[in-house]
Structure formats: structure tokens, C-alpha cells
Ligand binder design. Structure first.
Ligand code: GCU
Length: 677
């Protein structure tokens, strides 16, 4: 059935008209070498080419004859006298050459995992309808750690998950290994993901007990051939909860010893364990501050425990305190900048893209340009907590590209550095330290809750591999492999994807507004909510709408959050006249009558944007309807139905927000609008 299970590995769908050519180019095929990763590459090559060529393809283990495809490490391929490309420890080079009158297509790498990545790249190339003749592909990851973060609890509930239950069937592990684990690993290897944190950042400490470590080890065994390391969340109070200690104070020797023993135990189960992911002193979670210690004290304790094994600690910067009322957007910077230089080398501070919380649009987190001697890494949210869950179509590649490419700093020489440039790796083989994506994966047959949400998983992997990759190319690749490489389909669908996130911004939170979502679930609109226990849980805290105007004043006359940015940005964003419209109400509280660049008043502009968001979704529906000839009926119908939901809910957002703002401001809809709020 066309249920989306195969993700971007839909080999049967490859363009039929290219088969004859493919067959003539690669009449025999081999993947050289031994080892589990090479076996996985060989298996993938057989499965992939059997699907693409529609015949049973056998993949040999020795140098093949005739026009052939051969994959292997440079060592295995030494007989070919290849010039080795600069592919690094995980990259690959694919080339075509003539040898003694025959055509050889060669996939070469320094390592086994490079061979597997090259194999996937080769197969994907074919799925995108590209010829084999003249193939020249060289690629290596810029980023060292490319991780999914699963927010999965041990009872299989997925926090902010909209795609069913957790994939990890703890009850049946370690003895039953669901074949889905292998398919998960294949899908990830195909996009270069090389790490997975299995448990929720809010999870309890149980996963660190032997019963669960044995299960996690079984998953690690499945993932290992695919180059994927397992990481676990470390609940800071674990020494108390499962260790029987009275404290979790990071400077207490008994606590330190407990973590060391625990870590050694984990490495006994999982020899290549990647390390810990930690949420501490955030939203009520335990942490070093409970003992008057700081983030560095906490992170370093864990870092010392994993260091002898080569592990890392990803310490999250998503912190905000219960008594903070002035401006939550400033807090991460305030807590971490003073600690710059105090973290161990194997600590990475994992920073969400924006200073608040995965909103449809935020400026980048100022922390990215706030430290010099601390390794920073990115945390994106693939699961669409604030962007319409699994039904609204929002391609997030554009959002992530916007953050990664954002100018963040200027050097003394006047060179502009982007957010990506701020995540410097201290490993010479890489330029970027790490990128994490909060997974949108669950037990749904289509993994992600909708077909188009698969694109976000895909885009995360591709951008983690190469943060300079452009979102449009990635969308095109994905759509070609998921549906068809025909231009008549790709052109309009990629255009639709590219505009989709901006449509959500328009109908949910235009012009720099943020966190207008209803409380708790974060799905629909709730700008009127103002009575929750903590001020910063109320949408009203963020929009600050009243009779006079709307917006959060973070300029130098307000919370001064703007001062956390580099001077050139501070200057630009401190003045509403030079603040880009997209961030206007993020940084400024302005009169409803404020005159916009468009000539409209702010109030008219807000109405215009909400209305425009709805219109964009209407246009997306029209586009999709026209794609019926190119897509199987099952997937076409589901996507069409989801777009209908999205349109209905875009109207809901528009109507609810405008009705509320009309009431607060005492204003009517401008002339020409007859929206019925
Ligand atoms: C958001 C989300 C929570 C999550 C938190 C985090 O606030 O709503 O469910 O735990 O982010 O990133 O830790």
C-alpha cells in the first residue's frame, strides 16, 4: 500500500525510462570488504538496485567484470589506483572512469561508513532521475555530531509527538528486535544522521538502570552498522532516584563516583555509547542550581565521567526560571555567558534556534554570538509543536536555513559570521560541532504523522550534514524521491513547500508575534489567556496587546534583550524603523496606528497578514489538487484532506486572533475586509 512507510527509499518508484541506460552502465555490481557496515551497504545496494532496475540484482564481493559498479574503501580499491579525494572520516567520492575499454562507476571512501553513505547517495541519485554516466559526487559532512533527539518516555508516550507511540518497544526489548529499528537506521543513514538520543529530556532516571541499559544496548547493536551511536538523557537527580544517595550535588565526591561507576556500566553495555543529553534547571527539572552550583559544575561532572570513553555531554541551554518575569528571552544568555570558558572540552551547549521556544519565527538565540570558549551546537525541533502538529503542511528547511545563515557577528576585519560559523568544531575533520533535531518519528505507518512531515526529518539530516545546503535543493530532492522527479510535479510542489512555513507564520504569529498558542497543547490560538500560574506561560505576556498597541518591547527602552546581540544587529533591531517587519513586534511595542513600510497602519498590516496566511493555504490546496495525475490516490487524498484541515484551521487562527485584537484595541476591521470573526 502507498502508506509512506518507505520514506525516501522508494526504490520501486525510480523512473522506468532510465532503466535501460542504468543497466548498460552497471551490468555487474560489487561492494568490496567485510564488516557489518559493508554488509549493510551490500544489502542496501541489492535492495535498491533490485527495485530501481526491477529485477533481482545480486551484489558481489569481488572486483566485478564488464561495465561495473564497485564500492569500497580506498584500501579495498587500491588496485584501481584512484586518486583519493578529500572525503574525511565519513565522506565519499563517486566517479566514473574507463578502464581497459570498460566503464567503471566507483564509490570510494576512507571508512566503511563512508561506503554506506556513498551507496545511499548513489541510489538517491538514481531515484532523483539522474544519469549514471558522468557521475561525479564528492561529499563529506561538515558537522561532527548529527543527532536526533527523541522525546520518548519509557511508557512509549512521545512528548510533543504527533506520529503515534514511541518506536522503542521497551517491553519486547532486548529479545525482540522489531525490523522497524533497522528501517529507522537505514532511513537515517541515508541522510547522514549519526546519533540518536533515545529518551525524553524530561524522562525519569529509569533508563539508566541495568534492565533498561540492556534494552538500549540491543538498539545500539541494531544501529551500529549504520553508523548511528546511541545517547541517553541523564536525569540530574538520578543518584538520588536510582542510586540511593541523599544528594545529587555535582561537587559531592560520592555523587561524582556514582556517575563514574554508572557511566562505566553503560559503556559495558554499549561500548560506543555517545554520551549524555541533559535538561537541567529548566521547567522544574532538577539540576546543579538546586545545590547552589552552576551549569558548568553539573556538565563537567558528567563530562569527566564520559571523557575516558570518548563520550560527550550535550547540556541544554533551554532554561528559564520560575521567578523570571521580565523577559524570558534573555535568560539563557544570562546564565551561560558568565560561564564561558568553564566547560570541559567534551561539553557542548545545546542551544535552541531561538531564545524562546521553537516558535514559527524567532530571531536566532543571542547565545550563539555570546561566547568564545564554549562549544555550541544547534537544537532544532523537527516535530511541529508550534506549527500545526502533523496536519499542517510546513516545510521547515526554510526556517532552519534562515537561522543557520543569519548574520550573527562581525569580526574586526568586517567579515560577517553566520550562526553556523558560531558552532565551531574542535575536531579538525569537521567545521561544525553538532546539530540536534527533536524527532517527529513514531509508530505511525508513515513514521512522521504525515507524508510532508517526512520532508522535515529528511531536511534535518541534509542540513546537519551540510548546513550550507540550500533548503530548496533539499526540498526538491525529497519531493523527487517521495513522489516523482517529473518537473511538472516538482516545480509547483517545491514552490508550495518553500512558501509553506511563511504561510503558517502569517496565519498564526505574523510580524514577530509569538507564543499566541493555546496553553499546554500549543495547537490552536489562545492570545486571550492571561491567568496561568506563571506569567511566561500566558500568551498575553508575549503580545502585550492593549488599547494603545501591541508587541514586546525588547529594545533599549524595554527589556533590552536587543543588547545581547552584536552591535550591528543591536543597532538595527533597536529602532522599529530599521527592524525587519518579520521581527517588528518581537522587539517593539508599537501603536496600532504605527505606519508600516507598506503604507498601512500596524493594525491594517496585522489584518493583512492573517488574511494573507489563509489565502496562501487556499493556494496550496489548489496546487495540490492539480497534482493528482502524478501521485497515487492514497497519498494524494490524505494530503488533500490534511490541507483542508489546515485551511479550516488557518481561518480559525485568523478569526480568533483578529477577534481578540479587535476587542482589545477597540478597532474594526479595515475597509475591504469582511472576515467574520
Ligand atoms: C517546550 C515543550 C516541552 C519541552 C521543552 C524542552 O517547552 O513544550 O514539552 O519539554 O520545550 O525543550 O525542554
Amino acid at each position: 500500500a502507498e502508506d509512506g512507510y518507505d520514506l525516501w527509499l522508494r526504490y520501486e518508484q525510480a523512473p522506468v525510462e532510465l532503466r535501460a541506460d542504468y543497466n548498460s552502465q552497471i551490468s555487474s555490481i560489487a561492494v568490496l570488504g567485510q564488516g557489518a557496515t559493508i554488509a549493510a551497504a551490500r544489502q542496501e545496494m541489492a535492495t535498491g538496485l533490485s527495485g530501481i532496475l526491477d529485477r533481482t540484482v545480486t551484489v558481489g564481493t569481488a572486483m566485478p567484470r564488464g561495465n561495473a559498479l564497485v564500492a569500497g574503501t580506498y584500501d579495498e580499491l587500491s588496485g584501481l589506483d584512484l586518486e583519493s579525494a578529500d572525503v574525511g572520516p565519513e565522506g565519499y567520492a563517486i566517479t566514473q572512469m574507463r578502464r581497459n575499454g570498460r566503464v567503471l562507476t566507483v564509490i570510494a571512501a576512507e571508512s566503511e561508513i563512508g561506503v554506506l553513505y556513498g551507496t545511499f547517495a548513489f541510489l538517491q541519485h538514481l531515484l532523483q532521475g539522474e544519469p549514471i554516466a558522468g557521475m561525479e559526487l564528492v561529499s563529506r559532512p561538515a558537522t561532527e555530531h548529527r543527532l536526533l533527539n527523541h522525546w520518548d518516555n519509557l511508557d512509549r508516550y512521545v512528548e510533543r509527538g504527533y506520529a503515534g507511540q514511541s518506536l522503542w518497544d521497551w517491553h519486547k526489548l532486548p529479545d525482540y528486535l522489531d525490523p522497524r529499528y533497522t528501517d529507522y537506521a537505514r532511513a537515517n543513514a541515508a541522510i547522514g544522521v549519526n546519533g540518536t538520543s533515545l529518551t525524553n529530556v524530561n524522562a525519569n532516571a529509569e533508563v539508566l538502570t541495568p534492565q533498561y541499559l540492556e534494552k538500549a544496548a540491543a538498539l545500539a547493536d541494531v544501529f551500529r552498522p549504520y553508523g548511528i551511536k546511541v545517547y541517553l538523557t541523564a536525569r540530574f537527580s538520578a543518584p538520588i532516584e536510582i542510586g540511593g544517595l541523599e544528594t545529587a550535588d555535582p561537587l559531592d565526591e560520592e555523587v561524582q563516583a556514582w556517575w563514574q561507576t554508572k557511566t562505566d556500566e553503560i559503556y559495558n553495555y554499549i561500548p560506543d555509547f555517545g554520551g549524555f543529553l541533559v535538561k537541567a534547571n529548566s521547567e522544574g527539572q532538577p539540576g546543579p542550581q538546586d545545590y547552589d552550583r552552576n551549569h558548568a559544575d553539573g556538565a563537567n561532572m558528567l563530562a569527566d565521567a564520559v571523557a575516558p570513553h570518548g563520550g560527550i555531554v550535550m547540556w541544554r541551554a533551554f532554561v528559564y526560571a520560575a521567578d523570571e518575569t521580565q523577559d524570558r528571552a534573555k535568560q539563557a544568555w544570562e546564565e551561560f555567558v558568565p560561564l564561558d570558558g568553564e566547560f570541559r572540552d567534551n561539553v557542548l551547549i545545546q542551544v535552541k534556534n531561538g531564545p524562546i521556544d521553537f516558535q514559527p519565527r524567532e530571531p536566532f538565540s543571542p547565545l550563539f554570538a555570546g561566547v568564545e570558549d564554549t562549544t555550541l551546537m544547534m537544537e532544532f525541533q523537527i516535530t511541529k509543536e508550534y506549527l500545526g502538529f502533523a496536519t499542517h503542511l510546513a516545510y521547515l528547511g526554510t526556517m532552519w536555513e534562515e537561522t543557520l545563515d543569519a548574520p550573527a557577528e562581525r569580526t574586526g576585519e568586517g567579515e560577517t559570521l553566520t550562526v553556523t560559523d558560531m558552532m565551531v568544531s574542535d575536531n579538525d575533520d569537521y567545521t561544525v560541532s553538532a546539530m540536534a533535531g527533536v524527532a517527529n518519528i513514531g509508530t505511525d505507518r508513515n513514521w512522521s504523522g504525515s507524508i510532508f512531515d517526512q520532508a522535515n526529518w529528511y531536511a534535518f539530516g541534509r542540513l546537519a550534514w551540510d548546513p550550507e545546503q540550500d533548503a530548496e535543493t533539499v526540498a526538491r530532492e525529497w519531493a523527487a524521491m517521495t513522489f516523482t522527479p517529473e518537473a511538472e510535479f516538482l516545480d509547483p510542489v517545491v514552490e508550495m513547500m518553500m512558501g509553506s512555513r511563511e504561510a503558517v507564520v502569517d496565519y498564526m504569529t505574523p510580524l514577530g508575534l509569538h507564543h499566541l498558542m493555546a496553553t499546554g497543547h500549543h495547537y490552536g490560538p489562545g492570545p486571550w489567556v492571561d491567568d496561568l500560574g506563571r506569567p511566561d506561560w500566558n500568551p498575553a505576556y508575549y503580545h502585550k496587546a492593549d488599547e494603545e498597541g501591541i508587541g514586546f518591547d525588547r529594545s533599549s527602552t524595554g527589556s533590552d534583550a536587543v543588547s545581547q546581540y552584536a552591535p550591528f544587529l543591536r543597532e538595527q533591531w533597536d529602532d522599529p524603523a530599521t527592524t525587519p517587519d518579520e521581527l517588528l513586534l518581537w522587539f517593539h511595542h508599537l501603536s496600532w496606528d504605527y505606519e508600516m513600510g507598506s503604507g498601512r497602519t500596524l493594525w491594517e498590516e496585522i489584518v493583512f497578514y492573517y488574511e494573507r496566511g489563509v489565502q496562501k493555504v487556499e493556494a496550496m490546496r489548489t496546487t495540490w489538487d492539480e497534482m493528482a495525475p502524478y501521485v497515487d490516490a492514497e497519498r494524494h487524498a490524505q494530503i488533500a484532506d490534511f490541507l483542508a484541515i489546515q485551511e479550516k484551521e488557518a481561518r480559525w487562527w485568523r478569526n480568533a486572533c483578529l477577534a481578540y485584537f479587535m476587542e482589545v484595541s477597540g478597532r474594526d476591521l479595515p475597509d475591504g475586509y469582511d472576515v467574520p470573526p
